[in-house]
Design a protein around this ligand. Structure first.
Ligand SMILES: [Zn+2]
Length: 386
């Protein structure tokens, strides 16, 4: 097993520092093929409602992820800048990662038009015409003053024709050079809140191994602070996703963290850690929680089931989350059935805590050189239906 890259990454984040404060959108899970942490974020659609930075602290969240596109549209990145950046705005003093806005531009916005300069699209809120390219994304993220900024990339639909994926990956590589140059300029300005903002590049190339590898080799030359694998978990099978990770991971610089974007279930995360990935973000924790689907160390629980109607036990008797420490399955089931927001809040807190706790277990297993055994047992138990 390789040595812990994640640990290095996390130390880098600590070293560079940050001001303090964030908007709790999604929750991001930072692991590492060889050490783990946890971070989460949300989109407008999947935002954890009623989860504050104080809650994130209590459920052992290590990094928070905020969405550039949503914050640019509302309240506006200039507003966040005036308030001293995301850390102060949200009152969160641990690392914050901002996405580039690219994913939302490609998935939410209407009438988008992609050119070499960037993308013109209509706001999904009021239809206003907006242009975003590499420089705009970097400027917005600099205003937000996150710890880690993500490069602006095109997220291609999966599957897409090979010639289009190839052309798009080349353009994303050119955009990355522009992101790096713009960030250098921004970090040198007096007005900039976080002058040590880090930049992660994003590998693209759909499910074509040769394009993925060519692209990763190209972007690895830029010696960025970290490397993400994007454009996966968008409809391809799990096996296909693992095949791409295995193919491309060896070409990312050895001393830089790897981030698998938008993935996944506990099993996906364990398998990706096994293949060398260091951190993750996913909406599945909160999305499932809102429908009463809960993860536990013994398997999955659907709290809406009749059998929990008068069950006095917590969701998971071994869980240390605020929901499990204080409430029964019966009460939480009642809240969910009644459509009470408190039910959703408790379920979201539980699932987020489960992911953070799982990351802690992964890190422990890696440090004690027993990850293979952990993987084997966890894959079996986490997937059970209780
Ligand atoms: Zn719990």
């Amino acid at each position: 097993m390789k040595k812990s890259r994640f640990e290095m990454a996390f130390l880098a984040v600590i070293k560079y520092g940050f001001c303090g404060g964030t908007i709790c959108l999604k929750y991001l899970t930072v692991t590492a093929k060889h050490a783990a942490a946890s971070l989460k974020l949300s989109t407008e659609k999947y935002r954890h409602r009623f989860i504050s930075s104080l809650d994130l602290e209590e459920i052992k969240c290590q990094v928070e992820l905020s969405n550039t596109y949503h914050l640019h549209i509302r309240p506006g990145d200039e507003v966040v800048y005036e308030m001293g950046g995301l850390h102060k705005f949200m009152n969160w003093n641990k690392p914050i990662l901002t996405d580039s806005g690219g994913f939302q531009v490609f998935s939410l916005a209407k009438m988008r038009k992609i050119k070499e300069e960037g993308v013109t699209f209509q706001s999904h809120i009021d239809g206003a015409r907006i242009f975003m390219g590499p420089e705009e994304s970097m400027r917005i993220q600099s205003n937000l003053a996150s710890t880690i900024a993500m490069a602006f990339d095109e997220c291609v639909e999966n599957p897409s024709p090979k010639d289009y994926v190839s052309m798009s990956a080349d353009r994303t590589a050119r955009w990355l050079v522009r992101c790096r140059d713009e960030m250098k300029k921004l970090n040198a300005l007096d007005r900039t809140i976080n002058k040590n903002q880090l930049l992660f590049g994003i590998n693209q190339g759909g499910c074509y191994e040769d394009i993925r590898i060519r692209h990763m080799k190209e972007i690895a030359k830029l010696d960025l602070d970290g490397y993400a694998i994007g454009g996966l978990a968008v409809g391809e099978s799990h096996e296909e996703m693992y095949r791409i990770i295995e193919a491309v991971e060896p070409y990312a610089p050895d001393n830089k963290p790897r981030y698998l974007m938008g993935v996944g279930t506990p099993e996906n995360i364990i398998e990706a850690v096994y293949r060398g990935v260091d951190f993750f973000d996913c909406v599945i924790t909160s999305r499932n929680a809102r429908h009463g689907y809960l993860f536990t160390a013994k398997g999955r629980v659907h709290i809406m089931n009749e059998k929990y109607k008068t069950d006095p036990l917590p969701i998971d008797p071994d869980c240390g989350c605020p929901a499990c420490r204080n409430y029964s399955r019966s009460y939480i089931r009642h809240l969910m059935k009644a459509g009470e927001m408190l039910g959703m809040r408790l379920c979201v807190l539980h699932n987020l805590y489960f992911y953070n706790d799982m990351m802690e277990k992964i890190r422990g297993a890696i440090e004690e050189n027993r990850f293979d055994k952990f993987r084997e047992e966890a894959l079996e138990t986490y997937s059970r239906r209780l």
